[in-house]
Design a protein around this ligand. Structure first.
Ligand SMILES: *Cc1c(COP(=O)(O)O)cnc(C)c1O
Length: 381
């Protein structure tokens, strides 16, 4: 068997007639830039998130950066976020001239640890940007309480969280504004880059609309110095076809995750937990294991792809040497970066395929002597 890390083909085949028709219709209408499908998608996506406004943009990165800019945050300001995230989170902060301030993660959820945020607040702090990493919602209530106390904004990085819920509420509706990514491999993926800003704040939605479209509402009348970060109409047409299937796909991801948890129980590796407040959508299925490179290699020999999210924490990336962090600053993030391993997960990963991956992992450990297995179990905890 061959198991890719994500499978975009099977999903395309399952919706081919509708997807092909939707894209062809854009070509026939010719409304390529900010066409009807963009406005329509913005309407249904805002609705889906339980928020008033969605503004389509050209990537998840752009969504986050335009949020930071729309709130007037820039040079001299600080925004707090997690040390374990994809670099687009911090680039969205630093490319405005603001400074990302990092906080270590919670060992259970792998998300920013709300208890460590207060110590990172300075007079320059303007916002907190929690990341719903791997599809598990961040524990938002303590973060919203800290933000209220210190007069800070809360921006959700919901790039990996489309459709997840926190205490029954949709991710993307929990803070001041949220950024979503429709990168093809995300849970709601377009056929190219795409993203959205979601907010209940009319003025911020309006500001993001201006910023994404060269600062104009009326053609050639430029109110501010904007950018070109518009969501492509063909991508919006694809997303309109896919959005009604998102909850079903997320349920299939949960099914696959539950099957993994079942089949991997008792092995010397740590499987992910779902917090009591969370409806996890398993964008990624991340385990922790001692000597993960050897397991990766073994899986590769069995035709199974795997990944690392992420191998190098933000504060140890050469790109961020200017922040002045050093090894040891975020011990949990650093320890996890050495042991995390992302197994394949996608809605079409059926129980046979999960069993094949789990079987390969069982074989890997079975081939090792008992003493080593015990040492691994300790190291994994
Ligand atoms: C994918 C991702 C982004 C950026 O999304 P793009 O659409 O690739 O620009 C931001 N944050 C996180 C956590 C992501 O996973």
């Amino acid at each position: 068997m061959n198991i890719p890390f994500v499978d975009l083909q099977t999903q395309y085949q399952s919706l081919k007639p509708e997807l092909d028709a939707a894209v062809l219709a854009v070509m026939q209408r010719g409304d390529f830039v900010l066409g009807g499908a963009v406005a329509e998608f913005e309407r249904v996506f805002a609705d889906y998130c339980g928020a008033k406004y969605a503004v389509g943009v050209d990537s998840g990165y752009s969504a986050l950066e335009l949020i930071v800019r729309a709130y007037g945050i820039g040079p001299g300001d600080e925004v707090i976020t997690a040390a374990n995230t994809f670099i687009a989170t911090t680039l969205a902060i630093s490319n405005t001239g603001a400074t990302p301030v990092l906080v270590d993660i919670d060992p259970e959820t792998y998300n920013i640890d709300p208890a460590k945020i207060a110590a990172a607040i300075t007079p320059r702090t303007k916002a907190i940007m929690p990341v719903h990493l791997y599809g598990q919602p961040v524990d938002m209530d303590p973060i919203l309480a800290i933000a209220r106390k210190h007069g800070l904004r809360v921006f959700e990085d919901a790039a990996q969280g489309a459709g997840a819920r926190y205490k029954g509420r949709m991710v993307g509706s929990l803070g001041d504004a949220a950024g979503f990514s429709f990168y093809p491999g995300k849970n709601l993926g377009a056929y190219g880059d795409g993203g959205a800003v979601v907010t209940n704040d009319a003025a911020i939605a309006e500001k993001v609309r201006l910023l994404r479209n060269i600062g104009q509402k009326v053609k050639y009348y430029h109110e501010v110095k904007g950018f070109n970060h518009r969501l492509d109409t063909m991508q919006a047409a694809v997303l309109l076809v896919k959005l009604p299937h998102l909850d079903g796909w997320n349920a299939e991801r949960r099914r696959a995750a539950a099957a993994y948890a079942d089949l991997l129980a008792g092995l010397p590796l740590v499987t992910p937990t779902t917090a009591g407040y969370a409806e996890h959508i398993f964008h990624l299925y991340v385990v922790r294991v001692h000597n993960r490179e050897a397991l990766m290699e073994h899986l590769k020999e069995r035709g199974i792809a795997s990944g690392l999210h992420y191998p190098i924490p933000i504060h140890l990336q050469p790109a961020y040497s200017e922040l002045g962090y050093k090894q040891g600053d975020f011990p949990i993030t650093e320890a996890y970066a050495e042991t995390i391993l992302s197994l394949p997960i996608f809605p079409e990963l059926d129980d046979d395929k999960v069993a094949y991956v789990a079987g390969a992992i069982h074989d890997y450990f079975a081939a090792q002597p008992e003493a080593k297995r015990l040492a691994q179990a300790v190291a994994a905890d």
